[in-house]
Design a protein around this ligand. Structure first.
Ligand code: URA
Length: 251
């Protein structure tokens, strides 16, 4: 696949696009033995011999997919101005840089996928692909059937109705109840806002499934790497979501 030299260097994680442009301008990059200083040149990183300061490009990092049970008390951003603990601190044995796919609140626990596969991460987060997210929400009080119906059909949060969701009550108590809610949107603090909107604020929140991945028996703070078959299924999931949309359009 041909692409612009500076973009190829950025994609391979050699440098940011701007830094790659500087390297090219400074005459430090050769393609098939020739110094290249023009910006527009296209290369195929599998066929062309590209050297920087006379050295070949490092091999691309292997793709890593880690499924973490995020504990409460960790942020899912990679830098926190308040210096709170960061989820990647928990991935002790992973030396490549991975990023969380989406976010969970500081006080939410549960399934968080982390990867360096930028393409899959983008698709799983893009509203177009509608990846499903299932949560167990311990809420205050004892929701009536009508409240559950509202959660299913859509409630207004910040002036906009939420899309249809799956919602059911797993346990009912006087003081608190346990709801299971599946959504396909990714609005900020969506579950807390939906439950608050029907009069049952969230006390505890845990994500139990994401796309076709399940949290399983991982303890909070533990993670495991996905098996290649699971990665294949995840990619199929995205393809099926796209096809579903196509079929709905054509049908
Ligand atoms: N909805 C929320 O309110 N919080 C989360 O962390 C995830 C979904």
């Amino acid at each position: 696949m041909e692409e612009r030299l500076h973009k190829a260097l950025a994609r391979l994680g050699i440098a940011s696009r701007r830094h790659a442009e500087d390297l090219i301008r400074q005459g430090r990059v050769t393609v098939n033995g020739r110094i290249v200083t023009a910006m527009g040149i296209k290369v195929d990183t599998e066929k062309d011999m590209i050297l920087i300061d006379g050295r070949p490009l490092p091999l691309p990092a292997p793709l890593i997919y880690a499924l973490l049970n995020k504990p409460k008390g960790f942020v899912t951003t990679l830098r926190d101005p308040q210096k709170r603990p960061i989820v990647t601190d928990l991935l002790k044995d992973i030396s490549v840089r991975v990023c969380p796919v989406g976010r969970l609140d500081y006080d939410t626990e549960g399934l968080l996928l982390l990867t360096n596969d930028g393409d899959l991460s983008f698709k799983l987060q893009h509203p177009r692909f509608k990846a499903s997210k299932t949560y167990e929400a311990e809420v205050k009080g004892r929701p009536a059937k009508q409240a559950i119906d509202y959660l299913r059909n859509g409630v207004i949060i910040e002036g906009r109705k939420t899309q249809p969701a799956l919602a059911k009550c797993l346990r009912k108590g006087e003081k608190s109840s346990l709801l299971e809610i599946t959504i396909r949107e990714g609005r900020k603090r969506q579950i807390k806002k939906m439950c608050a909107a029907v009069g049952h604020p969230v006390l505890n929140l845990r994500r139990t499934a994401f796309a076709d991945l399940k949290l399983g028996h991982l303890a909070p703070g533990q993670y495991r790497l996905l098996h290649p078959e699971e990665v294949g299924k995840l990619k199929n999931y995205i393809t099926l979501q796209t096809q579903g949309r196509q079929d709905a359009k054509n049908g």
